[in-house]
Write a protein that binds this ligand. Structure first.
Ligand SMILES: NC(=O)c1ccc[n+]([C@@H]2O[C@H](COP(=O)([O-])OP(=O)(O)OC[C@H]3O[C@@H](n4cnc5c(N)ncnc54)[C@H](O)[C@@H]3O)[C@@H](O)[C@H]2O)c1
Length: 296
């Protein structure tokens, strides 16, 4: 049985663990948090997963590493230094980082050729995409092996041609989220209405066709060229930027709309996952059949 080490038992690490385990991997999770038993009982019950605080021990002899620790470059540097020292020369060290450059994570690391970004969308066990981002020193073999592993997990690995902060997914998400915040701050729309607006329009559209394909259709038989010169030519307005000093107003509005805390989180996760699972098959995506809802 192939063995994977997951670094970090947070939101992303636990979901990776469930995915790898469902695909037949033996999973070791390393995390210094004191409530590992609670995590295991709540999310990983019955799966071939062991948890512990010692990263060097968890990395010893494994076939693949998926790091999902804190999004702080200093901590990532330390974790990857330990991983480089305690894994074999052919073991891929993939980071789930949302935006940190692979060249920064690999800076000064003797295993830089084995370090690559494997950035999932939350939750990795359900979302098909993994962005595979090589740094300048990442070897071609590392990229190929990472792509091969993600494909075997029934993911869609998309390899970027070069590194860029935020990669592609989170650059797009940043632009989009900034504008959402701006519109709420400007009193144009409430938080929940904005969410419904997106779900009922752009969200549904982009689940079926991408922005360029959509642009092509929006222009009718003449294609995107017609859309750009016709409708697009009038969209010359300034879009503005959110005010960071007033971010707290938006956070309070989001908390008031959706709540915080364990029970609100569990309720919203269940809703999201039920909807996502229902959509995956009809949209042509797969998920490992053994992967069960942790609530079941
Ligand atoms: N949350 C998201 O939506 C999302 C999506 C894609 C990628 N990511 C990326 O995944 C990574 C993890 O994010 P998250 O949201 O799961 O964070 P999280 O805060 O939920 O989990 C991080 C975990 O790392 C643990 N940790 C702290 N120090 C550690 C160490 N030295 N060794 C091992 N574990 C340690 C913490 O105890 C915690 O359990 C980040 O790099 C993030 O950018 C997050």
């Amino acid at each position: 049985m192939a063995v994977v080490t997951i670094v970090g038992a947070g939101v992303i690490g636990v979901s990776w663990a469930r995915l790898f385990a469902a695909a037949g991997w033996e999973v070791r999770i390393s995390d210094p948090r004191p409530d590992l038993k609670h995590v295991a009982d709540q999310y990983l019950s019955g799966l071939p997963v062991t948890l512990g605080p010692d990263l060097a021990l968890a990395a010893d002899g494994v076939d693949f590493v998926q790091e999902a620790g804190p999004e702080r470059i200093k901590i990532k540097e330390q974790m990857f230094a330990t991983l480089a020292a305690h894994t074999g020369d052919d073991v891929v060290l993939a980071s789930s980082s949302s935006s940190l450059l692979p060249s920064a994570i690999a800076d000064g690391n003797p295993a830089a050729d084995r370090i690559v970004i494997g950035h999932p969308f939350n939750p990795p066990e359900l979302m098909p995409l993994v962005e595979v981002v090589p740094g300048p020193r990442t070897s071609a073999r590392t990229v190929e092996r990472a792509v091969e592993v993600y494909r075997a997990l029934d993911k869609l690995p998309i390899r970027l041609k070069r590194e860029i902060p935020g990669f592609v997914g989170n650059r797009l998400q940043k632009v989009f989220n900034d504008q959402c915040t701006y519109l709420v701050q400007q009193g144009v729309i409430d938080v929940a209405d904005l969410d419904d607006l997106v779900r009922a329009s752009l969200g549904l559209r982009y689940a079926t066709i991408g922005p360029f394909q959509s642009g092509s259709l929006g222009g009718g038989p003449a294609g995107m060229r017609h859309l750009v010169t016709h409708v697009g030519s009038q969209m010359t307005f300034e879009i503005g930027e959110p005010d960071p000093a007033r971010m707290n107003d938006v956070l309070e509005a989001v908390e008031s709309a959706y709540g915080t805390g364990e029970s609100a989180y569990e309720r919203l996760v269940a809703l999201r996952d039920v909807r996502t699972r229902a959509a995956l098959g009809p949209l042509g995506w797969q998920q490992p059949s053994a992967l069960q809802d942790p609530q079941e």
